[in-house]
Design a protein around this ligand. Sequence first.
Ligand code: ATP
Length: 369
Amino acid sequence: MSAALLVENLVKKFGTGKAAVDGVNFDVPAGEIVVLLGPSGCGKTTTLRCVAGLEHPTGGRISIGGRVVSEPERGTLVSPRERDIGMVFQSYAVWPHMTVHQNVAYPLKYRRKNTSGSADIDTKVRETLELVGLGEYAQRPVTSLSGGQMQRVALARSLVYRPQLLLLDEPLSNLDSKLRIRLRDELRRILKMTGMTGLYVTHDQSEAVVLGDRIGVMKDGKLLQMAPPGEIYNRPADSFVANFTGAANVLKGKVLERKGEQVVIDLGAAGRIEAWTPQPLAAGDNAHVALRAENIRLGERGPANSFTGKVIERRYQGMQTIYDVEFGGQKVEVLELGTAARHNDGEVALTLPPDSCWAYRDDGQATVD
Ligand SMILES: Nc1ncnc2c1ncn2[C@@H]1O[C@H](COP(=O)(O)OP(=O)(O)OP(=O)(O)O)[C@@H](O)[C@H]1O
């Protein structure tokens, strides 16, 4: 039976410097997959290693299946072995001198958990190999497999003993891009079929969106937002989340008025723009509006946020065209899907739908370096 993970106010400091994990809170209900997403050094691997028991947290509490496995304030620290977790890492970590079958059988023989002899072990190994699509490879030496197949062996080895919780740290990053996409899609199917509770760490947005029931975006040791992928992409709670997940356009201005979650922002020469905001912005505040290139509608006039601009450059990329458009001293990038570029250089109407314009306090950190 899969179990929930609860992480409360987790802190991890290495030495005396800044905390690598700085007061992180989240839960993973049984059967859910949560992905921690963020740039290099944001603390996602350290968070996962604390859950695994491979790092000793400085503060906070971690519980797996209702059992506290780490709470430094009370001197509680359960060893990794006793946490009943499975782990899959970037490196394949298979036993090179064994066959595929032997590799996957190893944890069952070693643990003798939920098994009643070699026939039972054999059945479980066969079932798990079928699940990861390696049913026909059971007797092959593991070293004769491709990278993607070896990673499936590593996954099967972690799934075969049905741990309470599966931890995955960038498991696809050593694979070539085609294989990575295929295994990414399959991984979700496999995890959902087993009903496994999963915590997955990556810096790759597409993996996070495909795999996660919820995504937690981290920066500088802090969890900025945790929400379903659609919410992260359409209602980013923070300017960093918006920018990190691809809202690369930034328009600077001043708040004129606020009604509920809507604000009107003065963009200077370009005029006014309506936007949604998750932050306590008020009239007079400096703010910036973030929006995605693919949410701007070129050649259309909508009921609000319509402007007349000028295409100053267009880059045809086969499946899509990117336009640089200027309006009233502001510059935006617009993405148009399709194999034909529909707009030429020169004057063009553009609409920035208010629902896709997100306003944040201007703290000078609008973009990811
Ligand atoms: N063993 C360690 N000793 C000292 N500092 C460490 C150690 N492990 C991690 N750190 C630091 O903690 C911070 C967070 O690192 P962490 O590996 O968790 O980030 P990450 O988001 O997983 O990045 P990446 O994707 O590059 O692995 C970084 O500043 C890193 O240098």
